[in-house]
Design a protein. Structure first.
Length: 232
């Protein structure tokens, strides 16, 4: 495993390669192998649903770490729900891409409505996926934030902002795959990034790192988390 001055840890043999993981469970196993120093510590893993959950469950099981969910959502454009100009985290933290808002000349009312709608979406989703359980205490704690990959990383940075607001002492990001620019961008705002499969290039899709890729729905997230709690 190699580390650079920007706090990024990857696997040299997986750089710029596609289809390196069989599925998210296998990706979690590979990722956990780079995080062995956290085994048995009081580090809290927070998985970003939905795709980050199967990865995080494997890491938590192998490293014997507690696991919970960090619900976040991008604030999407009215005419394109695949593109976002910001993000909202589980505690109400908002992060906006001001450069994009300016470039698109988005009216203030549009952004305010988008923020309000996304906050409500995050609240509904958090209630569905976590119930009424309070989030574990984060003050003065190490948190490992896990997703299944990093394309732009903007939504994940919103989660990082929320963890800072809640007093996390150390924030580590773990993702099986990520675009080099996104990994570098994330590393500037956290203590370290563990990403076995870093890829460069003009086009990037998280799914390209996986041989078997399917969407993970909310029912599957609930089932996975219930099973994890039963075992642990």
């Amino acid at each position: 495993m190699a580390a650079d001055a920007n706090k990024v840890f990857d696997l040299r043999e997986l750089r710029n390669r596609a289809r390196v993981f069989r599925d998210r469970t296998h990706a979690g196993a590979v990722l956990s192998g780079t995080l062995d120093e956290l085994r048995g510590t009081d580090t809290l893993i927070l998985a970003i649903p939905a795709g980050g959950v199967p990865v995080a469950v494997e890491v938590a099981g192998q490293l014997k770490l507690p696991l919970d969910l960090a619900v976040v959502s991008k604030i999407t454009l009215p005419w394109n729900t695949e593109a976002g100009y910001g993000g909202v985290a589980f505690d109400g933290t908002v992060r906006l891409n001001q450069d994009l808002i300016t470039a698109l000349a988005l009216p203030a009312q549009v952004t305010q409505d988008g923020i309000a709608d996304t906050k409500e979406k995050v609240r509904r989703r958090a209630r569905k996926l976590r119930g009424d359980r309070p989030l574990p205490g984060l003050s003065h704690r190490t948190v490992l934030l896990i997703d299944d990959g990093l394309a732009s990383g903007f939504t994940l940075l919103t989660a990082v902002d929320a963890l800072r607001h809640l007093g996390a002492d150390k924030i580590i990001v773990g993702v099986p795959t990520g675009h080099a620019s996104a990994v570098e961008r994330i590393s500037a705002g956290v203590d370290s990034v563990y990403c076995p499969n870093v890829r460069e290039g003009a086009s990037f899709a998280v799914a390209d790192a996986y041989q078997h890729w399917t969407d993970v729905d909310e029912a599957e997230v609930i089932e996975i988390m219930d099973r994890f709690r039963e075992i642990n």
